[in-house]
Structures are given as C-alpha cells and as structure tokens.
Design a protein around this ligand. Structure first.
Ligand code: NAG
Ligand code: ZN
Length: 999
C-alpha cells in the first residue's frame, strides 16, 4: 500500500478528494472505538508516527514554527503539519499523533476552511489524534502545579473549542521531560487521562524494570486522594521516544530505506523483515502483553512525511506478509491510546508505584539535577508571572467587561496566559534552552505583563471608582521605581489574590527621609525609612538611583484591595541613623549579636558573622544553625567519565563544596518594623537576614553573582544550613508545590541504588520547600522559585541558588550555561529563603500558609498624579473585598478566571495533607453561594481538573493493581455538590464552571 507520489497527493489535497473523503456519515468515530484491528494471537507492534516539537529550545518557538534559522536546526513545524495531513487524507490506515498545542494553534490559524474541514474529519475518525494536548509538554521538575494546570487547560480549551469531544486527549505523553514528578501524574489522573507514557527514566531503574517486566505499572500518585482518583497507568517507552536502531526514515535520519525492487542491487527487504522481527521479540521480553509500542519519529520529524510513511508502509506490508510463512509478528499503524486500550483489555494485574522518578540519570556520572536550578532569574520571573497572571485573571472576573475595555485601553489576559503556557515547556522554565531562546521566553512574559497591566488598571479603576495614573513597579526587589522616587504624594493600592486577608510589608524606593503613610480609613500607620544598601546599589547599577526605602505594614482584605496614601514630609528633621557600621559591630563582638521579634531570635557568631542559632521564642525551641554559602567546583570531566556539569547535568568535581567565606562582614539595621543583619560574604555574594515585626520566620534575602569565572572554573553556588538535628539520612521535598515526598540519602524506594555521584545523585527538585526534622524539631526552608536541594549530611540542608558553567554538557543545547545578565558581565540573582523553626507538629501549618502567600503575593500598584472619579455616580472606595466571607485556612482559591462570555472557572483546593494538621487536615465545606459578594452565582457545574469535561462524564479505564493498600481512605471521589455546597478533602482540588450575574 505504497503512497502515491507527492505531486499527486498535493493535487488531491487541494481538490479535497471527494472519493476519499466523501463520507456522508459524519458521526464521529474517534476514541477507542476507532482503533485499528489487531491479531490477538500474534505479537502486535503498534507503530506510533509522531513528532516531538519543542516549544522553544535551540530556536525560539516562532523560529521553530516557521522553520527559520536552519543553521541552528533544520526544524519547521508548519512543514510537518502541512506534510502529514495529505498523507493521512490519502490513506485511512495511517495515523499520526500531535501533542503541542502552542504549535498546532499557530498552524490552525493559517489554514483555509477547506483544510480545516479535512483536519476535523481526520480527528473525528481518530486518524489524527491529540495526545497530551497541553499548550506545551511541560517540565516536571521546575514547574508549579498552578501553572501546570493552567497550561494544560489552555491547550484543552483550544482542542475542545476546535474539535469538541474528539479533540479530548486520552493519553498523557511526556516523552522528553527529564524525570517525572508524582504530582504531575496525580494532576493527569484528575484531568481524566487514562494513561501516561514517558521516555526518560534512570538507567538503573530501567534495567531492573526491563528484567522484571515492570516497564508498565499503575502509579498511585497521591498519598491523600482515595484510589483510583490519582491512579494513573504509566508506561516507560522502550527507546526513549525514538525508533529502534536502523529504522529511522525521516529526512533528518540516515538509515537505509526499504529497497524492495528485487531487480535492483541492494534489495534489503528480507534483511529488514528479519531484523524487525528480532527487535520486536526482544522488546516483547520486557513487556507483559501481546502488544508492544514503537515510537516512529523524534525531534521535529515528519517535515517530509512521505519518507517516513513510504517506508513504514513497506515495513508493514513485508513484515505482515511473513505471517503466511509462520511469522507471528503483526505490525500496524496505531496511536498511544489504541496501544493503551489493548493493555487495558489484557486485564492483567499491574504493579503499583508510589514514589516519583527523580532524579533522572542516563549514566553513572550523568545526573540531570543541574536544571533544577539552571537560569534562576528566569525561574523566578516565571513564578512571579504566575502570581501576576492569577491577579489578572481574578480582576478580569471581578471587573467584568470593564477590565477589558476601560480608560487605560484594551486589556487582555490571554497574552500572558499563552506566554506562561510556553514558559512551562521542558526547555523553558527548566533553563535548558539557548540564551537567545531564554531571552525570548522572558520577552513573551513581559509582553503578557504589559497587557495585564492595562487590564488591571482598568479593573482597579472601575472597582475603586477612581482614575489615576497607575505605575507598576516590577523592579522593587532591586529598589527601582523611578516614577515614584521623587514624588511627594502617591497612593499604593495593594491587591490580594488570596481568599483571606493578608498583612504584608511594603518596601518602596524613595528619595525623601520622612513620610506619612495613611491606611484606607485615614489613620496614619507606622513607617520607616532606611538607606538603600550597597548590596542593592551594586545589583541595580544604573537602573535606579533612589537613596532610601520606605517600609510600612499593610493589611489587605481577601480577594480585594486596600489603598494607602503616602506623602512626604518637609525635610527639616534629621534622618535617624539606624545603621550600625562595621566599626560599631566590632564593639559588639564581646557580646552575642542577635536580632529578634516576638516570635523568633536569630543569633550570629561574633567571630564569623554567620548565623549561629535560631530560636522559636513561643515554643522555647533553640537550634544551633550555621548558614553559609558554598560553591561546588564544576567538573569538566575526569578519568571516570568525560561528563561535564552543564545546563542539564550537575556534576561537582569534588564532593566538598568550598565556603564562600569563613568570616563575613556584617552590619545591622534595627527599626521598629524590622531588624536586619547585612552579611557580605564576598564581592559577589551577600545576604540580608531579616525579621519583620510580625513574621514567624526568618527571611534570607540573598544576592549572588556575577559568578566569577576568570579562573576558568565553573561554579555552582549553594546556601547550606548545618545543624545538629539527627536526621538519619532523611529529608523532605515538595512535588510541584503540593504533596511532600520523603527522601533518603543514597536510596531509592523501588530499587537497590548503586550510588555513583554522592552529591548530584542526591539532589531533588524543590519547588517550594525542603525540610528536615528529628523527633521534635523541624527546620523548613521555603523558596521563592524552583531550585535543586538536598541533605548531603545528617542535620544539613542545602539549596542551589545559582550556577555558571564553562562547558556544554552534551545533551543538545550546545552552549555552556554562562548567563550574561543585563549588562553582559554575568548574571546577578537575588532571591529569598524563608526559614521556619518549629515543632514537627506545628510546622506544616505555617509552611502551607506561607507558601500559598508567597506564590500568590499581593501586588502593589502605585497611583500618581491627580485622581478623577471613574464616573460621576460612584464615590471612590479605598478598601474592597469581592468576598462575603473569607475561606477557611485550609481552602485555597486556586483559580478564578473568565472562561467565556457567560462562565468562569473556579477551582478550590484543600491545601493540607491528611495528617499534617490536627486543625486543618479535616474535610472542609464551603458554600459557594455565600462566598462572593462581587457577583451572584446562577449555576454551578463540576468539571474535570483540565476543564474539558464535566465531572459526571469522566470515566477512566480501570486497572487491576497488585498490592491493595490496607486502610485506604475512602471519601467518594464523586462527592456531590448539593446546591452550592462543596466539601473538600485533604489535597483535593475541585473545579467548577460557574455562571454568574454581576452584582
Ligand atoms: C466543549 O465543547 C462543547 C462542544 O462544542 C461545548 O458544548 C462545551 O461547552 C465546551 N466545554 C467548555 C468547557 O467550554
Ligand atoms: Zn523536548
């Protein structure tokens, strides 16, 4: 069944080939019922024609779409789709899968109605199948669950809008991400996927699984949700996502085609048929059913689909022809879902996996644990952009049409939503892209911010009833906001995206020394003015010149805003000098230096200037803690392996990192609102240890970079906390910001590990927190972005904050990770760690609430210039909440976003695990009708997590599992929503399509 030649195909395509397509019966036949016939008594080989299209990596997403910059990589996604569609159209037996909606959407926009209808027909017949179906194939180590859910929802939205039910993916397809998180699997299960396939798994794990025939299993991906809510059938693909050796027939490959004219030299059919049968039988030894899968395709393949399909046609023809002479191998065009369906029909009992697939190693000295930290500034920008997007989404709902169109222009949340969708890609937030591509991701986010700024301005103006010139200060972390520095009067409107009121400390660059700050009721609030530190001046360089920082505490109502007035006082007062200089500190070295508030005391070693102890004053807990920065000397290869540390791989040259400094210079700043110790570790590393008056944790505000490399040594910088806690090799890290996983040094829960990299092989992704504990005390560090972390010795925790390398690590990116920073002299990074010392019992509560408040922090928008009423009938208001009542502490408002003109997405999440808190780990009931004051709810429909199906219509394939855990928790996963009452169980997310009437 060889395909007709290309020219004929094109012609046929244009004329829509009524002969082929003229099928009056247009009822969709997609889904499992559309799967090809198999031969139950034979070994069935499911060929999956596919392309892996990175949403940016060596080229930007747009360059990949069009196929430009061929000198970097011969890859053009438009040509792939252009080329595949006529092949499918011409032959009903052919199949293709497509994955990345960021590309498909670009292509779709440019097609004619005729082509669109052809494609719809192919989708309706299951011949073109969408798998995964998110905006991108997201990274799993460095992504936050909030953004994973959003990017999947965005892809699903396009598919549902465009193709309806036949566009709904059944199978998750994470063939390239570099290790797999448990939370990702749990989210996939809750999105309704029947199975997950991936390609990358630790080489030791893979060998063992092959031998045990455990390449396919059921992943029980939540320790909280009742089975099978978070159960996901999971398959490890045999060859990553590539074809078997010698069987790659893409224009980018160089394997021999099938030469089937016996009259010609080099006839190779018999050879290939027998080789293929052998490959199939070998593969089948590692799998359990009479079905195996082969991924026929790879990165950006199928630009000339005819090459692949022509050879696959021959392969199928000749291998199957051998059946008449006794072969029991049956080859067919198939898809991952059709393969999955056969596995399900086999009705076997599958093993159960409950941990995750981190870290990933593809050799003894090749641990992919560097990317957990690579490009720390991009990682932070991505996390902040999620914060901003959630605020933008919420205000779009709260201000309705007045958000999109208003005095500030046309606002739009979709630009940032798409930019965030792209940024989740496994070569985006992961930090494994080329520098110019990283720049492109940041630029896209920034354009998204611009459009959201307009939307937010419109919304705040309409909700507050007042028009003013709004200034968004996006560089407050480096004390830069030129438009407010000189002003004697401005307002600060704080918007709080949480469903609970928050207290926050606002810190703004100013030039005055005395200010009056008034709260929304007009009472003046305590404020402090301190000098901008030299650390900050060195970091911001010529981007700003403010000399002081104004600090005050603000209160912001739930899902609402409050506006504070700031006015500068005449400067006849002398500036209170609060800063103690280094010289003064010398005097103090006779006594202990410490800072404290009502909750925490942090002591410093008087000789070294380093933190020496942390005390929880309420609970009377004291823990000696030494914190310092160190750097690992990056390996460039040695006699054991030539593997260098790079963008993906972390490989230190020696186990012991070098201390940044043994003695640090310090000075303190003490005010009524906060106390700070400034520590200067080196010319490129500093930290401020800060205690705000009412905060129960220590804030470590670190600045690292540019990492010097003039000694030609790549460096990987960590912040390390050393204590005397007896931790027996155990520590804990979060999975995508949600459930906690227990980690044990030099250990993997499911196989006997041969540890070959004592540092890199013990690194895990930290998306929001890492902690360690003994029987009584827990030390927790929350992060403001994803980082790699570990506990290399008992009582010790470390987080990698920055890395700069001089070698490429040979995994394709082809550039050493040496970020230039904004001035080309090397990237400087600033970030925060929040350190909690508490009892084991009380720790989760504080952590959960702070982690929530950190990733959905309040936004400060400055109002400058004269105010005008939004319209004459409206009196300006300075304090607003869209809620009638706050949500209880254990319920998080995960999503509040406009869906279409008549409905919104509402996601509520129980943010505690089962046994974390006596108070909060209980089921919680919320009445939606009593929640919002900004609008009235007219109807509520419960949806799947990805918003592409009603919850009641979700029906997933069921699987038999080996071990049935006893004492399994069993709240019904179909708990009803009576009227508008919603009950949430620990770690449960419930998603609703809500129709509203604006109040
Ligand atoms: C999905 O598409 C169907 C059919 O077009 C539509 O009725 C439904 O409302 C869509 N779902 C969502 C969540 O938009
Ligand atoms: Zn990839």
């Amino acid at each position: 069944m060889a395909a007709p030649d290309g020219a004929l195909l094109c012609l046929c395509f244009i004329l829509l080939c009524p002969g082929i397509l003229g099928d009056e019966d247009s009822t969709p036949r997609c889904g499992y019922q559309a799967c090809p016939a198999v031969k139950p008594e034979m070994l069935n080989v499911h060929l999956v024609a596919h392309t892996h299209d990175d949403v940016g990596w060596l080229k930007t997403v747009d360059q990949y779409y069009y196929g430009g910059k061929t000198e970097i990589q011969r890859a053009g996604v438009q040509y792939i789709l252009d080329s595949v569609i006529p092949q499918l159209q011409a032959d009903p037996s052919k199949r293709f899968i497509y994955v990345e909606i960021a590309f498909f959407y670009r292509w779709w926009k440019q097609q004619t109605e005729a082509v669109k209808s052809v494609v719809k027909q192919l989708v309706n017949e299951g011949r073109l199948e969408f798998v995964n179906g998110g905006w991108c194939m997201n990274d799993e180590a460095t992504t936050h669950y909030s953004s994973i859910i959003d990017q999947m929802t965005l892809g699903f939205q396009f598919l549902n809008d465009t193709f309806g039910e036949c566009g709904r993916p059944r199978v998750a397809w994470h063939i390239d991400p570099f290790g797999h998180s448990r939370e990702q699997a749990s989210l996939f299960a809750q999105m309704g996927f029947d199975g997950l396939f991936f390609g990358r798994i630790d080489y030791q794990d893979k060998n063992i699984r092959k031998n045990l025939r455990e390449m396919e299993m059921v992943w029980r991906a939540s320790a909280n949700l009742p089975k099978p809510t978070a159960d996901l059938f999971t398959g490890v693909l045999p060859n990553g996502y590539n074809p078997p050796r010698m069987l790659c027939w893409d224009v980018l490959c160089s394997d021999e085609p099938i030469k089937d004219d016996k009259d010609l030299d080099e006839y190779n059919v018999d050879e290939i048929v027998s080789y293929f049968r052998q490959v199939a039988h070998v593969q089948a030894k590692h799998y359990r059913t009479k079905h195996i899968i082969m991924t026929m395709g790879s990165d950006f393949q199928f630009q000339d689909a005819n090459m692949w399909y022509k050879n696959l046609d021959k392969l199928i023809k000749y291998v199957n022809a051998a059946q008449s002479s006794g072969s029991n191998v049956n080859v067919l065009y198939s898809t991952p879902s059709c393969y999955l369906h056969e596995l399900n029909k086999a009705n076997l009992t599958w093993s159960v996996k409950t941990d995750d697939f981190f870290p990933y190693a593809d050799g003894p000295h090749q641990f992919w644990t560097g990317y957990f930290t690579s490009r720390p500034a991009l990682k932070r920008y991505e996390r902040m952009s999620n914060n901003f997007l959630q605020i933008c989404n919420q205000l779009e709902v709260l201000a309705a049409s007045k958000a999109q169109n208003g005095p500030y222009g046309v606002g739009d949340s979709s630009v940032l939503r798409k930019a965030m969708g792209v940024a989740q890609h496994h070569d985006a937030v992961s930090g494994t892209e080329k520098q110019h591509v990283a720049n492109d991701y940041a630029k896209r986010l920034s354009k998204g911010w611009d459009r959201c700024e307009v939307l937010i301005s419109n919304a705040l103006s309409s909700l507050s009833g007042s028009k003013q010139d709004f200034v968004f200060c996006n560089k407050l972390n480096i004390s830069v906001c030129p438009r407010i520095e000189e002003l004697s009067n401005f307002t600060v409107t704080l918007y709080n995206p949480l469903a609970r009121a928050v207290r926050t400390y606002v810190r703004l660059p100013v030039n005055g020394t005395k200010y009056i700050v008034s709260d929304p009721k007009g009472s003046s609030v305590l404020n402090e003015v301190v000098a901008v530190s030299n650390f900050t001046k060195a970091l911001r360089k010529n981007r700003g010149y403010a000399v002081n920082e104004l600090v005050f505490e603000a209160w912001v109502p739930a899902l609402g805003f409050s506006t504070y007035d700031v006015s500068r006082k005449p400067e006849r007062f002398t500036f209170r000098r609060l800063v103690r200089s280094l010289g003064e500190l010398q005097d103090e070295r006779t006594s202990t230096l410490f800072i404290e508030n009502n909750y925490v005391r942090v002591s410093f070693d008087k000789n070294t200037g380093l933190i020496s102890a942390i005390e929880n004053l309420h609970k009377n807990l004291t823990l000696p803690v030494t914190q310092n920065f160190y750097w690992y000397h990056a390996s460039v290869g040695n006699e054991q392996s030539n593997q260098a540390s790079g963008a993906y791989i972390f490989r230190p040259y020696q186990e012991e990192p070098l201390p940044m400094s043994k003695i640090v210079n310090t000075y303190t700043v003490q005010t009524e609102l906060f106390q700070e110790v400034y520590q200067n570790f080196s010319s490129w590393c500093s930290q401020v240890v800060r205690l705000y008056k009412k905060q129960k944790f220590v804030e470590l505000d670190w600045t690292v970079g540019p990492i010097p490399v003039s000694d030609l040594v790549g460096k990987e910088v960590i912040s390390r906390f050393d204590t005397s806690l007896k931790t027996s090799g155990t520590f804990y890290t979060d999975s995508n910001g949600r459930e906690i996983l227990k980690r044990r040094r030099n250990y993997r829960p499911t196989w006997p590990l041969n540890q070959t990299e004592p540092v890199a092989g013990n690194y895990y992704p930290v998306n929001s927190r890492i902690y360690m504990k003994d029987g009584k005390i827990q030390l927790t560090v929350l992060t403001d972005r994803s980082q790699g972390g570990s506990s290399i010795a008992d009582g010790s925790l470390e987080l990698m904050v920055h890395r700069r390398l001089l070698q490429d690590d040979q995994r394709g990116v082809g550039e050493p990770l040496s970020e230039p920073g904004f001035d080309g002299k090397g990237l400087m990074v600033r970030g925060k760690h929040f350190v909690f010392l508490d009892t084991v019992e009380d720790s989760p509560e504080l952590q959960r609430l702070k982690a929530e408040a950190e990733y959905m922090a309040p936004l400060a928008v400055m109002g400058v210039g004269s105010e005008a009423p939004y319209n004459e009938h409206q009196a300006p208001i300075k304090e607003f909440s869209a809620l009638k009542e706050e949500l209880p502490h254990n319920v998080h408002l995960l999503t509040l976003a406009q869906w279409d003109s008549e409905s919104i997405i509402l996601r509520l999440e129980h943010q505690f695990e089962q046994s974390e808190s006596k108070v909060y780990s209980k089921p919680q009931t919320v009445n939606l009708a009593h929640l919002f004051s900004a609008f009235e709810i007219t109807s509520v429909e419960e949806m799947s997590l990805g918003f592409n199906q009603q919850k009641k219509d979700m029906s997933r394939l069921t699987w038999n599992t080996a071990q049935e855990k006893d004492g399994s928790n069993s709240f019904s996963s179909h708990n009803s929503t009576s009227e508008h009452t919603v009950t949430l169980h620990p770690m449960e997310i419930r998603t609703f399509r809500v129709r509203i009437r604006q109040g």
